[in-house]
Design a protein around this ligand. Structure first.
Ligand code: ATP
Ligand code: MG
Length: 413
């Protein structure tokens, strides 16, 4: 089934808001087995919107729009499609009741203008809005479908998940069930990863295997299609086993797992605690670890030791080490890791020092040189990295590498 997503709203064309709805919808639909082949954006102008809807209905089976279901005069999406399809708009009483209830629940009288939102083209399927006032609408016309969703992302997502997916599943049940799983890989380049699983990628039929490089990770998406979910799941599991055999613990997680989440679970399971001395990351690793609820179980604390004096006076790196090897060096990183571990009484200490750039490079220490040291029950070790890119990217990649090495280290304990 061919899908076109149409984002409506003059603010999008003016660059005043970033279109997050279209990529979100595209991802959801592709995962469900629908092919999103076109995306368009159009402003709040009747004539142009009508043209765009018309073109979309000619070249796609399903047209999904976002935005323009609000109460103002600029919100015209449903009116445009009602005109285009010759469906007279009528006041939809259950929606009037819902909108009134929404306002009375907040102790406000419903503004008259909100009644516009309950004007629904004839013979439409109405989708309730749990998060706001505007109902969504599905119009079926000659084997084509047009679905209007509200613009605010929270409303759009909830309506798509709770109403549109069940509708599409019912309507296109013959398409089979699609199950997908993402294996998240870190620490191996895209081309070497491809080489390791090339035969599988070439032979792929069901499940299909797609690689996507994303934020210094690679995602391997396995997508299986079958008559029933159980069979699709089995197909995925058998390919996943083969891939895991080849990639080992380069696969750090699946689906929505983040590295900080996986590391956190591991530290909790193994009853390990961690303390951090961060220089070039400015606290980013601590920040990521503490993004996870309940991280107080395993994060003791840290010091952002940006200057040499803080490395020396607060973390305890000996002046001789700083003088002889420099702040960005393996001995400094190791000393940071072991001192912070002892000072904070943690099971594991992490020390990170590097040159995030753009300045600060010297002959033998280029921008992107980073040392990550870990000290703990399995002894101390230090890793040298050469990252490329801008300052923020280098900080991000450093935090990713540190979390990944922490995971590897903790797996050995
Ligand atoms: P409302 O009832 O709020 O007017 P609506 O369905 O009429 O909702 P719009 O008026 O088009 O939708 O957009 C309302 C708000 O939703 C925008 O100001 C913006 O914050 C957000 N929004 C709209 N479209 C998008 C989009 N494609 N991506 C991200 N946010 C969007
Ligand atoms: Mg609006």
């Amino acid at each position: 089934m061919i899908v076109e997503i149409i984002s409506t709203g003059t603010e999008l064309l003016l660059g005043q808001i970033v279109n997050t709805n279209a990529p979100w919808l595209a991802q959801q639909l592709n995962e469900l087995g629908f092919s999103v082949v076109y995306q368009s954006t159009v402003g709040d102008n009747r004539e142009r919107m009508s043209q765009v809807f018309n073109i979309a209905l000619n070249r796609a089976d399903i047209v999904i729009t976002s935005g323009g279901l609000g109460p103002t005069q600029g919100d015209i999406t449903k009116e445009v499609s009602a005109d285009l399809l010759n469906r007279k708009p009528c006041l939809h009483q259950p929606s009037v009741a819902r909108i009134e209830k929404y306002f009375s629940g907040r102790g406000i009288a419903m503004p008259e203008s909100n009644l516009r939102q309950a004007m629904i083209p004839a013979d439409a399927i109405v989708l309730d809005n749990d998060q706001g006032t505007a109902p969504g609408v599905i119009l079926e016309e000659n084997n084509k479908i047009i679905i209007h969703l509200p613009g605010p992302p929270s409303e759009l997502k909830a309506m798509f998940t709770h109403s549109v997916i069940p509708y599409l599943n019912r309507r296109y049940s013959t398409q089979g069930i699609i199950v997908s799983r993402v294996l998240r890989v870190y620490g191996i380049g895209e081309s070497s990863l491809e080489a390791k699983i090339q035969d599988l990628v070439k032979a792929q039929v069901n499940p299909t295997i797609a690689l996507l490089a994303k934020d210094s990770e690679i995602h391997i998406r396995l997508t299986a299609k079958s008559e029933d979910a159980c069979e699709a799941q089995k197909a995925i599991e058998s390919v996943e086993r083969v891939i895991r055999d080849r990639l080992g613990n380069s696969i750090f997680g699946t689906d929505a797992d983040s590295l900080e989440m996986v590391v956190g679970q591991l530290l909790r399971e193994k009853k390990l605690t961690v303390a951090l001395a961060e220089s070039c990351t400015g606290g980013l690793i601590s920040s990521r670890l503490t993004d996870i609820a309940g991280s107080s179980d395993y994060v003791i604390g840290g010091i952002v030791c940006y200057s040499n004096s803080v490395k020396r006076d607060f973390v305890g790196v000996p002046e001789e080490i700083l003088q002889s090897y420099g702040a960005v060096s393996e001995p400094t990183a190791l000393s940071m890791a072991s001192n912070i571990k002892h000072k904070f009484g943690a099971a594991i200490g992490i020390g990170v020092t590097g040159i995030a750039g753009p300045g600060g490079a010297v002959a033998d220490k280029p921008v992107g040189l980073v040392y990550i040291a870990i000290d703990g029950p399995k002894g101390s070790r230090c890793f040298e990295f050469h990252f490329s890119g801008h300052r923020k990217g280098i900080k991000q990649r450093t935090s990713q590498a540190a979390l990944f090495e922490l995971q590897r280290y903790a797996l050995e304990i």
